[in-house]
Write a protein that binds this ligand. Sequence first.
Ligand code: FE2
Length: 449
Amino acid sequence: MTTDQPVHPHSTSPSPSSVRERIATTLERARARSTLLTDAVDEGDLVAQHSPLMSPLVWDLAHIGNQEELWLVRDVGGREPLRADIDELYDAFQHPRATRPRLPLLGPREARDYVRVVRDKTLDVLDATPLEGAPLIEGGFAFGMIAQHEQQHDETMLATHQLRRGEPVLADPEPPRARADATGRVVVTAGPCEIGTDHEPWALDNERPAHTMWIDEFAIARAPVTCGEYVEFIADGGYERPALWSSEGWQYRQDASLAAPLFWRREGEQWWRRRFGRDEPVPVDEPVMHVCFHEAEAFARWAGARLPTEHEWEKAARFDPATGRSRRYPWGDANPTAEHANLGQRHVRPAPVGAYPAGASPLGVQQLIGDVWEWTSSHFLPYPGFRFFPYAEYSEVFFGPDHRVLRGGSFGTDEVAIRGTFRNWDYPIRRQIFAGLRLAWDTGSAGPR
Ligand SMILES: [Fe+2]
């Protein structure tokens, strides 16, 4: 594992052999997880659609292999297609998720064979390719992009596991306990801050280019909103008071009969939740998740707060007041370890607030990375000077008012697919993702520009 190795964005580039090693390790870790998620259930569960929101797991698996074939074997490697006949089936833009079970998909055995053969060719290509000379391969970018893609689908497959009915099939090791006080808020003073990156070799097009933004003073909570706090919102009539909701949010709350986070139910005075096939009392000290943007926004209004913008979130996560520099992570530039953050499906739940003091930012903001994705108030828009890379369908087609940005990653996000600059986006009605929220406040003193 290369997870302990610090990578300094301003230092000299790592040698090609260490980049190759990191690529091989990262691809292997992604494949181990894809295998675990698909071997955990029987063939019936692999081909079934557990929710119209999700693909059958067997579609995700072959799609992972197909994207790897397209980008690494054919494009980077210049090799002959293995299965050009299936490209169309696994093109996410041609077939919405709800229609995928009706396609003549590869069966479980064919899909497993396919991804294995593709991976053998990828490793050949990795050996044979100089990792410089063209933007697609500079610093191993295409390999990093494909490793992130596989891990993003693994998180999606984990969400499918959560939607699946039946007995638990995933191991459930206990997350660390709360070890630090994480109550209250911190004030982030007004000033310029570098947002985005030019240095991170595997950063995606929407994280680029780096640019300086003035951020007015604001306050931000030291921890995400907990289930216990969310229970108070429900008890105080949060779902019954239109004044707390935007008009669009209230419409959706009525249409979808929202009354609590997804997977929650109430028995008497006790809230319960279903989590990967287990029924358990809702843990009061854990970040709330499975709330949509509209619920997050209503909670924030109820609490006398608001959601942070994605730029405020990024400043809270990256800005080091001592140096004025934006770092890779809240704790600095070192890659995440198990001490820093709850990532990579190490646990299949968020950890209690206060469980990761070593992951705190210089101002003491905790659990920005890992545990739950955090809804921000920002629409998903291009940074100034944005250029799509390597293709417009990666980010550009999603820019606009339809999506809101989420930051920070969840317990189901692998470290390769998260950093202080990473931007996720989704529809404001999405609830099956591992998303919660963190509060922010105006402080009323903007300061000079
Ligand atoms: Fe995909």
